[in-house]
Design a protein around this ligand. Structure first.
Ligand SMILES: NC(=O)c1ccc[n+]([C@@H]2O[C@H](COP(=O)([O-])OP(=O)(O)OC[C@H]3O[C@@H](n4cnc5c(N)ncnc54)[C@H](OP(=O)(O)O)[C@@H]3O)[C@@H](O)[C@H]2O)c1
Length: 276
């Protein structure tokens, strides 16, 4: 493996207990000798992951807290300083996908919660950790948004709003820190992870169609690691994400219209309540 700027760095990574975050942690530890400080709520899954790492398990430590709790990020910053741990990279990956639904069917509490987890958690983590990160000569922040930040679809008002907020925030932070910190925005399309656990189950046929446009989790992790390696500012990843990115630039709001029509005719149960 060629030398890479993040070899042997110390990385704070939220959402390390499953899916894309777990995959990134594994690659950083196994291929790049990084020390990863993982954050998530489910301690059992974090423990299992540490065990799965075998003799590399010592490179993974973790803290269990809800990323939407601002004070926990400040506590983490204090702990790192007390323990003389100098983080180099922050990856804000933890996120939830509220059930696809019409806006009128959400209760305000669900909307607030999604904004807290998907957006404000990144504001809190950057607010608490930037002063420490900037002491590193390889300071970096990677924010995992979504293709939903590029083009909004029916049924995703809450998710799209949270990820679009993250996109705007990340892009402004990037310009403010051009000289002292690499700040990346990642916009993955549909990826095969457990994030769809709360959506309605679809028939095998419809699910197969969904699988066709979705990217395997390992492949998505690979794209993200390669993008970080090349210090890409913005990563649009996956076939559907490229369609939404290019489609929005060419067709404008018609891209949302076309996508919504595709969702409607897809027959996927998870989109049904949107069009009823
Ligand atoms: N999969 C996709 O199709 C897709 C597409 C675009 C963008 N994304 C984004 O990619 C990121 C990772 O998603 P994924 O697909 O890997 O989903 P996932 O498998 O469900 O993983 C989500 C991770 O976030 C953690 N998390 C969720 N809420 C949390 C909270 N309140 N506090 C602390 N940790 C929390 C979870 O850990 P615990 O449950 O243990 O807390 C888990 O480790 C998310 O930001 C998601 O929006 C995913």
């Amino acid at each position: 493996m060629n030398k890479c700027w993040f070899d042997y760095k110390t990385v704070i990574l939220s959402g390390a207990s499953s899916g894309i975050g777990k995959g990134i942690a594994e690659r950083l530890i196994k291929d790049h000798g990084c020390k990863v400080v993982g954050i998530a709520r489910n301690e059992q899954r974090l423990q299992n992951f540490k065990a799965e790492l075998g003799d590399k398990g010592d490179n993974f430590t973790y803290y269990t807290f809800d990323v939407s709790q601002e004070d926990k990020w400040h506590e983490l910053a204090e702990t790192l300083q007390k323990e003389n741990i100098q983080p180099d990279i922050l990856i804000n990956n933890a996120g939830i996908l509220p059930k696809f639904d019409k806006f009128m069917n959400y209760i305000v509490e669900e909307i607030r919660s999604a904004m807290e987890i998907n957006f404000f958690s990144c504001v809190y983590s950057m607010n608490a950790l930037m002063p420490i990160l900037l002491k590193s000569d390889s300071a970096a922040v990677v924010n995992i948004a979504s293709s939903a930040a590029l083009c909004s679809l029916a049924g995703t008002s809450v998710y799209s709003a949270s990820k679009a907020a993250l996109k705007g925030f990340t892009e402004a932070m990037r310009e403010e820190h051009r000289d002292n910190c690499y700040i990346a925005l990642v916009c993955p399309g549909f990826t095969k992870t457990d994030i769809f656990r709360n959506q309605s189950k679809s028939s095998d046929k419809a699910q197969k169609a969904m699988d066709l446009i979705s990217t395997d989790c390992d492949k998505m992790v690979d794209y993200i690691i390669k993008g970080m390696w090349k210090k890409r500012d913005k990563m649009v990843l996956g076939m559907d994400a490229h369609f939404m990115d290019k489609g929005y630039k060419v067709f404008g709001t018609k891209c949302s219209l076309i996508s919504s029509k595709v969702m409607k005719i897809s027959g996927l149960d998870m989109f049904k309540s949107i069009f009823e």
